[in-house]
Design a protein around this ligand. Structure first.
Ligand code: NAG
Ligand code: NAG
Ligand code: NAG
Length: 318
């Protein structure tokens, strides 16, 4: 459980390499760099003198799956339990969104749209033309933006614990019910007590960690606090600006039935708004962090959906 927080960076890199992915920085534009975990087979070391890795194989060999993390952790910590079992059949890419993990930008734009645009530029630089996007929480909102802006790239989506856009009313209702005064109080804890409150809201069963682990987690996961606060502000759109785009893709809403942050009803409601190509599936005994609380069930459901999609024409060997 969140075990990657407690161990050292080189060990994470080794474990992830065994699971099938390696870290690779992509320059999106001058001043904006995004870290991606990319499939083993697309990475080559140019020579032994420079340690810098480079992507030489321009195209991934298998159908591409992109896993987008939520607000409280970067890519690897979020998807640690899914990567290994997906990477045999799929080329798995795990980005760190801007101001998380190894990604940063000097651009002042804090909208989910900017995250989506940078992510797509990065994926294109990695040779990806089409992909299935899996988005959790904040990452789900970025995924929806990506699918709306780049329908030619996004073949299908799996969304967990997320909504199309954070409207004033959803954000107020949710926070009131949970007893927090602001989204940053909930999502950007600055103390062990605050982090415990977040974990307790985000999970179905209360998980126990030693205080030391909480402290390490706060240090590792909550850097760039100022920018992340601004991202949260950039998230809330006023109710009247909220419209439902038409998505041509298949969308699978894969939910923790006990999600207290974005309830199962929101998913049902969204299915109704999104139409016939959207399906909902609930996973019992799981809260918001469903992919971490019930990793095996979550991965199974994910694989079943991926297998049900029509083959990606662009992926045929050339
Ligand atoms: C990735 O590379 C590591 C080390 O080179 C290897 O042990 C591992 O099996 C590879 N994983 C996949 C999924 O190819
Ligand atoms: C961001 O950094 C790049 C490269 O250092 C620079 O060219 C650019 O002007 C900077 N942009 C802003 C908005 O500071
Ligand atoms: C559902 O998906 C199919 C295939 O992508 C598409 O042709 C159709 O227009 C979609 N239907 C709706 C209601 O969006």
């Amino acid at each position: 459980m969140v075990n990657l927080v407690a161990i050292q960076q080189p060990l994470i890199i080794l474990l992830m390499k065994l699971a099938g992915v390696q870290t690779h920085i992509v320059e999106i534009e001058p001043g904006t760099n995004m870290n991606f975990w990319v499939p083993n087979e697309t990475v080559r070391k140019p020579n032994t003198k420079t340690k810098e890795v480079t992507t030489t194989s321009p195209k991934p060999e298998k159908p591409v799956v992109v896993l987008i993390h939520g607000f409280a952790a970067e890519g690897i910590a979020t998807w640690q339990f899914q990567i290994g079992s997906l990477s045999k059949q799929y080329s798995v890419y795990v980005p760190d969104l801007l101001f998380f993990g190894g990604s940063f930008s000097n651009n002042s734009d804090r909208s989910p749209r900017f995250q989506a645009e940078c992510l797509v530029k990065g994926l294109r630089k990695l040779g990806i033309e089409k992909c299935v996007v899996v988005g959790f929480s904040y990452g789900g909102m970025v995924a929806f933006k990506m699918a709306e802006l780049y329908p030619e790239m996004v073949r299908a989506m799996v969304i967990s614990g997320s909504i199309l856009a954070m409207t004033d009313s959803i954000s107020e209702t949710t926070l009131n019910e949970l007893g927090f005064s602001s989204s940053s109080e909930l999502l950007l804890p600055d103390s062990v007590k605050g982090l415990k409150a977040l974990l307790s809201v985000a999970t179905h069963r209360n998980l126990w960690f030693p205080d030391r682990l909480h402290k390490d987690y706060l240090e590792v996961m909550f850097n760039n606090r100022k920018e992340r606060g601004e991202l949260l502000e950039g998230l809330v759109v006023s109710n009247k600006d909220n419209f439902i785009p038409h998505f041509p893709q298949r969308i699978h809403l894969l939910w923790g039935e006990n999600d207290q942050i974005f309830k199962m009803e929101l998913a049902q409601n969204m299915k109704w708004q999104l139409g016939d190509n959207t399906t909902v599936e609930g996973i019992s005994k799981a809260g918001h962090l469903v992919h971490i609380e019930r990793p095996c069930v979550y991965t199974q459901c994910l694989k079943k959906f991926l297998a049900s999609l029509p083959a990606d024409e662009t992926q045929k060997p050339n």
